[in-house]
Design a protein around this ligand. Sequence first.
Ligand SMILES: [Ca+2]
Ligand SMILES: [Ca+2]
Length: 407
Amino acid sequence: MKKFYSFALFFSFLLVLPLQSVSAAQYSEDLIPKMINNNAPAGIASASTQYSPLYAAWKAFNNSIVDGYTDTWESNTNSGWLAYEFPYTVAISKYTLTNFDGTRAPKNWTFEAWDAPTSTWIVLDRRTNESNWRSAEKREFTFTNKAEYNKYRINVTENNGGEFVCIGDMEMMKESFSIKATPGESLVYLSWEALNDVTSYEVKRSAVIHGPYTTIATNVTTTSYIDNDVVNNTKYYYVIEAKLSNGETLKSDEGSATPELPSHIEGMQGVTLPTGSVATASSQYLESIAHKAIDKDMNTRWLGIGSKNTLEIKFPKQVSFEFVQIAGFAEPISNVHYTISGLKDGKWVPISNTATRYVYGRPTITDPINVTAGSYQGIKIAVDATSSWAAINEITLGVIDSVPTES
Ligand SMILES: [Ca+2]
Ligand SMILES: [Ca+2]
């Protein structure tokens, strides 16, 4: 019995541990863009001093140390601060430092946020005795901060003995979770990572990157949302705000999408394939590449070498459709056999019988081919042009619904 008891304890330990690790904070990618000077591409890099313009503040935010000291920020004293100002407010709660020179590396410092209303630097994190930096070593530092500021700095009070302070690279992150925004026709489909201990989610939207955002939905208890209050060909930015059971909130990364109307091709039924579809072929003749079968231009075509070829197209989202229409070209004119497969859960499955269409030596819109109605991530068309070469000018889909369904 005792043995059984300890066995049960062992299992409860196994059960509890993964839950704890799932609840552990997750962080965004580095939120500072790869800087090319102190003011570009966005935000402002600055420092207390610089050894020379070659060692400017932005060199610590250029995601590189390959060019030696001139890829680092160096002060001209053995202490000093290095700051980055975001063009928006964000609650930073993690930063990293990448070493270049161990004796010039920071040893004692505070990480601070600029509080504009009180014009003071607020200490968010304090580190002491950070020594023995290895070459190119990157150290991560996390702390609790829920308040949003736009300017942060590391204020180095002592380095590891060198003449100057040197920082190879610095990154800043926030606690976050991921969001996916997928454009549809007159709608945007949002889905996000499920979090533990959440009472509800709020969906926020902005017409400009990084907000400010307007709340468009509250008390959402699922991890997806369809925003159909949108204008086609307009880009929207989204964040999800998770309301945690402890009363705190957590903002997701930012997602963006541009909803768009389906395109039609004169004379063809259905709509063109979603923007961002990628076409490849078993063979292609010179400049008559696979993509020309889906470029929405009836005067261009994909031409395979020989009579038997396969054209494969992957969509950027799942599309539900019930027929495929093909505009082909055959010279000499020929009976062409088309067999269509759909990509479902990562596997190609046959969705049509072999359809035979008569194709002329000019762009020929053939009768639609019925397929097993369903939601697919791509289509594959096996073309057997009998005595001719296989060419496709355009493809349209008889779309039922283009809202992606998360598996
Ligand atoms: Ca650098
Ligand atoms: Ca074309």
